[in-house]
Design a protein around this ligand. Sequence first.
Ligand code: FAD
Ligand code: MLT
Ligand code: ZN
Length: 474
Amino acid sequence: LTQQRYPVTRLPFSVVSSEDLAAFERILPGGVVTDPEVLEASNVDWLRTVRGCSKVLLRPRTSQEVARILRYCHEKNLAVNPQGGNTGMVGGSVPVFDEIILSTTLMNRVISFNSVSGTLVCQAGCVLEELSRYVEERGFVMPLDLGAKGSCHIGGNVATNAGGLRFLRYGSLHGTVLGLEVLADGTVLDCLTSLRKDNTGYDLKQLFIGSEGTLGVITAVSIQCPPKPRAVNVAFLGCPGFAEVLQTFSSGKELLGEILSAYEFMDAECMWLVTHHLRLASPVQESPFYVLVETSGSRAGHDSEKLSDFLEQALSSGLVTDGTVATDQTRLKALWALRERISEALSRDGYVYKYDLSLPTERLYDLVSDLRARLGSQAKHVVGYGHLGDGNLHLNVTSEAFSPSLLADLEPYVYEWTARQRGSVSAEHGLGFKKRGVLSYSKPPEALRLMQQLKALLDPKGILNPYKTLPAQA
Ligand code: FAD
Ligand code: MLT
Ligand code: ZN
């Protein structure tokens, strides 16, 4: 599948031998998996669009074990593919050929939690949803949340610099991650501090946030958790047009101010997909667009008063035509599911062509309308949704099966359109294997050269996640 659809040649890494397997078994007694059935799931990505053929999966429990594995692989010139929950969207989490899969699944221990500062220190393989539960029991929340929370690992989140649903409120992991313990070529680089401020030279951890396993393996994370908001409301609203989606956002920022914590949007075709494929029920009348507005604050009465004012104005001015509000956990979750589960509904619709773009917010939906006209009946669905409050559009197209001619109509068109707006061809998913060839639409050649120099410095043999992130070298 991989080699056919994406032309790529195996680099001259060694092939895992029985001697290597014995060495791994000595480092990780019982942690070496060669069972083809278990390997099958780790060789295919979540979207089922790329597939590797790795014959070995390693499951270390400690940073020291990871260090020993990497030291060995570096010495023997064996390629390694770090893997967390395997929920990545750009084919970065699975091998392309026979790279060794290094999984963080068993590295799932919380190391410490400071209930005054809210600093959580944990191993990289902790599942995001479990960490959320852990800190919520202690009066805090994780600064990030995403639809893949039940499977993704915090190490994978940091490696991809995942954005998600709380970005509007708490910002990027570049701000909330305080420390990392990283290993490149078997060296333990201990930057696992919990300081809010630290200007002692270059901030090395930033280099690994979003490096997609190409510069080092993240084995532990120190992350700042904000206090758990006492009052959370979600309003799910129908809007008559995209202009109204934008005006409702402006009005929300003005009237909700500091309690606005999420502003997500989806179009009517997304609603069709989640109601049709997942049997979710729409809570509002049919509309061309829907928005999900979340408020988080410290006093329920104050917040609902503000939210009522906002909704009254939005309805009376015609920005919004219908809406519903939830405050209890069950209904909150049901409203969020309509938005969070779009990617799942899309994958049930057929082959998915996925684009994750940063664009000027005012022009964000023009590309969706433009493509709908351009592709006509070739596509099953052309949909737009995403983190509108962050200027992040998820543009997705589906077809019954993979079609090279449909792809040719999409690319480079989508990337050129985005570059003309000085947008980003990957807002939050990274480049991985599938998007590494399009980096130049968003970065100048000088930036690319510096990235290549950094890669050569930190991973001189290029064994860490080869074929990912950086374009193939000529
Ligand atoms: P994996 O998929 O296993 O790996 C992702 C990349 O990180 C790979 O390149 C891998 O090699 C590398 N990697 C993993 N662990 C490590 C490590 N310990 N050290 C070094 N490198 C490592 N993303 C968003 O930004 N926002 C969203 O809202 C969002 N929603 C999603 C919803 C769904 C339903 C799904 C399936 C995905 C979504 N994603 C979203 C994609 C997102 O990138 C991942 O969900 C998540 O951040 C990846 O974590 P993971 O543990 O699954 O990593
Ligand atoms: C989302 O926001 O739903 C995720 O980034 C996943 C996707 O883009 O499909
Ligand atoms: Zn997203």
